[in-house]
Design a protein around this ligand. Structure first.
Ligand SMILES: [Zn+2]
Length: 326
C-alpha cells in the first residue's frame, strides 16, 4: 500500500515537474508568436540589454536622443550568471527593436529568447561577436565572456553597435539628425575609451614586472584585461560563474603566490562578500581591494549614475597603488 502511494506520488510529482518546466516555455512561445504590435513606452526605438556593459555602451551611443529607450534586464545588485528572467522580461524582449546581450556564460539565461527567433530577425547583438580574439577559461573548455574588461574590445563593440543602431534608425525612417547624433556619440565614447586604454597601458609600464601579478581571493573575470595590459593573475576560481567553496589547494596556490612574490594586495570583485579574500588577507597580512569587472553593479552605484568608464577609472585608481612611486 505504502509502495503504491509512493509510486503514485512519484508519478504526480513527475507530471508537476514537467508542467512547471514547460509552462514558461509555452508562455514565451505564445508571447513571441504574438508578434510586436504595442510599444511599452511610446518611444520610437526600444532596446533591451541583458547585462550592465551592454546597457551602458548603448546608453553612451544613444545619449541625448529621446527616440531611444533602453531597458536593463539584470537588475543592479543581482547575481549575473544565474539570473532568472521574469515574464515581463520575456514581453520586453518580444517587443524590442534590438536585444543586446553579452554571450557565453555571462547571460546564458537569455538563450531561450534567442531560440525564439529574435536573432533570426536580426534583432539581436552579441558583445562577444564583435571581438577579434576570444580567450578560453583554463580547464573549462569554455570561452570567457567578459570581453569588455579590455577597453580595446569595447572600442570594437561600440563601432559594431553603432552600425547596428544606424541600420535600426534607417529601418525606422528616423532621419539624419538621429544618425548624426549616434555617430557623434560614438566618436566621443571611443575617444574616451582610447584615453582610458592609454592610461592603463602607461600605468602598467610603471608597475614592476614582479608586481604585475594580481592575486584574486574571488572569481576571475579579468582575463581580457590582464592579457591587454601585461598582468598575470592567480585566482581561487578559474572563471566568474562559481558560487561554491573553492578547493583548498586553489586557496593555497593564491596564498603561496602572495608570499613568494611579496604582494601586498589580494583582490575581490564587485558584489562579492569578499569572505575568501578577507581570509587570505588575514593569513598573509596583505590588504584587500575591489577590482570592478563591470559585469553588474550595486544599486547605489547604478542610482549614482556610474558608468563603464567611471568604474574602470576606479580600477585605474586602485591599481595605481601598485605602481613605482616617482
Ligand atoms: Zn561575470
Amino acid at each position: 500500500m505504502i509502495g503504491q502511494i509512493n509510486k503514485m506520488n512519484h508519478a504526480a510529482i513527475k507530471k508537476l515537474v514537467i508542467f512547471l518546466v514547460l509552462c514558461p516555455v509555452l508562455l514565451f512561445s505564445c508571447v513571441f508568436s504574438g508578434g510586436c504590435t504595442t510599444r511599452a513606452d511610446g518611444k520610437d526605438v526600444n532596446i533591451v540589454a541583458t547585462v550592465f556593459p551592454a546597457y551602458d555602451i548603448i546608453r553612451e551611443l544613444t545619449a541625448g536622443i529621446p527616440e531611444f529607450s533602453i531597458r536593463l534586464l539584470l537588475r543592479p545588485g543581482t547575481e549575473s550568471h544565474t539570473y532568472d528572467p521574469s515574464v515581463n522580461d520575456a514581453v520586453a524582449i518580444s517587443e524590442c527593436d534590438l536585444l543586446v546581450y553579452a554571450g557565453g556564460d555571462a547571460d546564458t539565461w537569455v538563450g531561450k529568447f534567442l531560440s525564439s527567433g529574435v536573432s533570426d530577425q536580426g534583432r539581436s547583438f552579441e558583445l562577444m561577436s564583435a571581438v577579434n580574439e576570444k580567450l578560453m577559461i583554463e580547464g573549462e573548455d569554455e570561452e570567457d565572456p567578459h570581453v569588455w574588461t579590455d577597453p580595446q574590445n569595447v572600442i570594437l563593440i561600440a563601432s559594431a553597435l553603432r552600425e547596428k543602431l544606424l541600420s535600426v534608425v534607417g529601418g525606422k525612417g528616423l532621419g539624419n539628425a538621429v544618425s548624426d547624433k549616434i555617430i557623434a556619440n560614438s566618436d566621443r565614447f571611443i575617444g574616451e575609451l582610447e584615453a582610458l586604454d592609454n592610461e592603463f597601458a602607461s600605468l602598467s609600464a610603471r608597475i614592476s614586472a614582479e608586481k604585475r601579478l594580481l592575486a584574486f581571493g574571488d572569481r576571475f573575470p579579468f582575463r581580457y584585461f590582464c592579457k591587454r595590459y601585461g598582468f598575470s593573475a592567480c585566482a581561487v576560481f578559474p572563471g566568474c560563474a562559481e558560487e561554491s567553496e573553492p578547493a583548498a589547494s586553489d586557496v593555497k596556490k593564491v596564498i603561496d603566490a602572495i608570499r613568494e612574490n611579496e604582494l601586498d594586495t589580494v583582490f575581490y570583485v564587485e558584489l562579492s562578500s569578499h569572505r575568501i579574500a578577507d581570509a587570505i588577507a588575514a593569513e598573509t597580512g596583505c590588504k584587500t581591494a575591489c577590482l570592478h569587472s563591470c559585469h553588474n553593479l550595486s544599486k547605489e552605484d547604478f542610482d549614482a549614475g556610474e558608468t563603464y568608464l567611471s568604474l574602470m577609472r576606479r580600477n585605474l585608481e586602485t591599481l595605481s597603488r601598485l605602481a613605482v612611486k616617482d
